[in-house]
Write a protein that binds this ligand. Structure first.
Ligand SMILES: [Fe+2]
Length: 210
């Protein structure tokens, strides 16, 4: 459990320090876009750095919304596969296995929402998706899943700001998905915190079978 807590601390430290770096680069800006934030339900505080960063981008630097949604779609499909694959390896831990499968199903649902958003904009979702991340042990797989959920949190915040000006309804969708990823991240952290690494990673009798 100590290791799990430490892993979370390291991830939080990384996230906070990257947020601080961003703030150093773009500075701190007062609530200039208050009305628009109310419209999409965006939160205040740590997001100001992102808002200022994207306000400073020229049109040429802004990513196209279909490109953003395509990348998010691909990430969801990949994460759904990753979680389902990792769940298969947890057959000796039915609770953790079923929780991971439930999260995988939600990621598939997110992919569906994103596919529909892409199609509404006249685009086509990407057919090819990168292979899921694997690792040597169950513990490392769960840590990779936790990191993937945390990366999604940052990505959706960034993407919501990138599309907020021209597509507030898409920004709201991305923030809704982000909220679920936050719950998934907490859920996977709880699985890690409740697990003994040595027990999770003990070779199963199945694995030893010829
Ligand atoms: Fe998701």
């Amino acid at each position: 459990m100590v290791v799990a807590v430490r892993a979370l601390e390291v991830l939080d430290d990384r996230r906070q320090s990257s947020e601080l770096r961003r703030r150093r680069v773009v500075g701190h800006r007062p609530d200039a876009d208050h009305r628009r934030r109310e419209k999409t339900g965006m939160s205040t505080g740590r997001d100001r750095g992102w808002r200022a960063l994207f306000a400073a981008l020229t049109d040429g630097q802004r990513r196209d919304i279909r490109q953003i949604l395509a990348e998010d779609y691909a990430a969801e499909v990949r994460l759904a596969r990753q979680l389902a694959e990792h769940a298969k390896r947890l057959s000796r831990f039915p609770d953790a296995r079923s929780r991971l499968l439930e999260i995988a199903a939600r990621e598939e649902e997110h992919a569906r929402w994103l596919r529909e958003a892409i199609e509404r904009l006249g685009g086509t979702p990407p057919a090819r998706v990168l292979s899921p991340v694997d690792a040597r042990t169950n513990w490392e797989r769960l840590v990779a899943d936790l990191e993937a959920e945390k990366a999604a949190l940052d990505r959706y915040l960034e993407d919501a700001y990138a599309v907020e000006r021209d597509h507030p309804e898409v920004a709201a969708l991305l923030l809704r998905i982000r909220q679920e990823e936050e719950a998934h991240q907490r859920e996977i952290a709880r699985i890690l915190a409740r697990s003994e690494r040595a027990v999770l990673d003990r070779p199963s009798l199945d694995a030893r079978a010829p």
